[in-house]
Write a protein that binds this ligand. Structure first.
Ligand code: PHE
Length: 519
């Protein structure tokens, strides 16, 4: 509607001199006209000049900028009232009888209180009426001689009403008069935007549809020659990328991987969730009656329930160390059962991988090694806000001749300080496969206390010597969960919000990148 009106009008006329009037004359909404003018101007169908009405009222200035507000005046409620009924001073004047005077209180009864009050002061100022002198306070009290109001002149013009009507009709008013009306709060400034509009370089009586894309059909038909293309909007925001998003665990894992690599560690292949009890437990000198080997703690496989093969010669050595020890150990002095070692399970720790790797290492000419892994492990645990039946384990180990507990403590300090944890404490602990063993605690500044962050130790001779390592080779190792630091870093206090079917995917999308130890 508005667009047709504008383009149609300009077809026959030079210009629309005032969009406001143009809208009013056609009963169109001026806002619609303004929007269409802006859009047509953007495509250069029209030239638009902003109309600016300066404070003197009535003087239009066309400026070539796009958006300047012009100021105009509108009547206040009070102003509208006087425009209709006359100014208070004139109302008061007319209420005074032409032949003479009237007692003030009688006059007051004839008029609206506000009109009376303002009328008195304005008519007095204009010297239209004369207020009788108050004789004395006493006389007034006794009402002996009432104050009189009398006509001074015989005819007045209602200039205020005239001015208000002029403003109401949008006509020019002298600056002094504007100031008078403004001071009496009968008019207030109102700013609005308007345009004068004329044909632009691309003027057409009807807007051509602009193309946003060049299609195969456009090229085949050849109509691309006539097509007008929409200009690129380089300020438009792009669509949010709908790609994949890394899970916080993956982001933290990447950081940890980098730390291990910077420290010269090689990654172990952890791509087997299913492991035999032999590699998961027996090799690690974990007795077959150990409670961790119970189905309450470990997920055993139903199909295939047992491993197909084990390295037989090595199995013999492991059996012997469990039953009767050797290498200075008494062993556990029980009957070691092959069936127990054959059972397949979901690995309960990545130390199962470490044991395979160390066995392979022991078979080669000796070379020191630093290995790490970060991958999934499974435990048949009661699920709560900090435990799931599966989690990720971070594991590091160093194999070299003559390593001591001091080396382990040193490596742990190096590793954890790269994670931003430089205050560490160690507590003696027990693992079947390490001696000595230490739990690792770190001082948590936020919580203001020491929190357990991992487990560590030196692998026992009962584990290393049957593998074939020479007696002076030591392996120091440590392990921790990936979930713990991730939850701390991302401020997640329920593990089910981090992992599993209850995870909020929106959260995964919005999570920031992870930068450990870089402040
Ligand atoms: N496997 C141990 C655990 O599950 C971690 C660990 C690794 C401990 C290496 C000592 C040495 O907690």
């Amino acid at each position: 509607m508005a667009e047709e009106a504008i383009l149609g009008y300009l077809e026959k006329n030079e210009q629309i001199s005032d969009s406001g009037k143009f809208a009013a004359e056609r009963g169109l909404d001026h806002n619609d006209i303004v929007n269409v003018v802006k859009s047509l101007h953007g495509f250069r169908y029209v030239d638009a000049q902003v109309l600016f009405l300066n404070e003197d009222l009535g003087l239009y200035i066309g400026v070539s900028v796009q958006d300047i507000k012009r100021e105009t005046w509108v009547l206040t409620d009070e102003g509208r009232k006087y425009a209709a009924e006359g100014s208070p001073e004139v109302q008061l004047f007319l209420a005074v009888p032409t032949e003479g005077s009237i007692p003030k209180d009688e006059l007051q009864k004839k008029l609206d209180p506000a009109v009376f009050k303002i009328g008195c002061s304005q008519a007095g100022k204009n010297r239209w009426v004369e207020m009788g002198k108050q004789i004395s306070r006493k006389c007034q009290l006794l009402n002996l001689e009432p104050v009189m109001v009398g006509d001074e002149v015989h005819h007045v013009e209602d200039k205020i009403k005239d001015l208000l009507l002029r403003v109401q009709d949008g006509h020019a008013v002298e600056k002094d008069d504007v100031n008078t009306l403004k001071a009496r709060k009968l008019i207030v400034p109102q700013t609005w935007k308007g345009y004068s509009v004329s044909k632009g370089p691309n003027y057409a009586p009807k807007r051509k549809k602009v193309a946003t894309d060049l299609t195969r059909e456009n090229i085949q038909r050849g109509d691309w020659k006539e097509l007008e293309f929409k200009e690129y909007n380089f300020n438009a925001k792009g669509q949010p990328a709908e790609g994949g998003h890394l899970h916080p665990l993956l982001k933290v894992r990447k950081q940890l991987k980098d730390i291990f690599l910077q420290m010269g560690f090689e990654e172990m292949p952890t791509n087997n969730f299913v492991e035999s009890s032999f590699w998961n437990f027996d090799v690690l000198f974990q007795p077959q009656q150990h409670p961790a080997r119970d189905s309450h703690d470990t997920f055993f496989m139903e199909e295939p329930s047992t491993t197909r093969e084990l390295p037989e010669a090595y199995v013999e050595l492991v059996k012997r160390v469990h039953e009767s020890g050797g290498y200075g150990s008494r062993g556990y002095e029980y009957d070691w059962k092959r069936e127990e070692a054959n059972k397949n399970l979901l690995r309960t720790h990545t130390t199962a991988v470490s044991s395979r790797m160390l066995k392979a290492l022991a078979e080669k000419p000796f070379a020191p090694k630093k290995y790490f892994s970060i991958d999934r492990v499974f435990r048949n645990e009661a699920v709560d806000r900090t435990h799931l039946a599966e989690f990720h384990q971070i594991e590091g180990l160093v194999c070299d001749r003559g390593l001591t507990l001091g080396d382990l403590i040193g490596v742990l300090h190096d590793f954890f300080s790269r994670l931003g944890m430089s205050k560490l404490r160690f507590k003696p602990a027990y693992n079947p496969y390490t001696e000595p063993s230490m739990e690792i605690f770190s001082y948590h500044e936020g919580l203001g206390k020491w929190v357990e962050i991992g487990n560590s130790g030196m692998f026992r001779p009962e584990m290393l010597l049957p593998m074939g390592f020479s007696e002076d080779v030591r392996v120091i190792a440590w392990g921790l969960s990936l979930e713990r630091p991730t939850m701390i870093l991302y401020g997640i206090d329920n593990i089910r919000d981090l992992f599993g079917h209850k995870v909020d995917l929106g959260l995964i999308k919005r999570n920031p990148i992870c930068r450990i130890g870089m402040d």
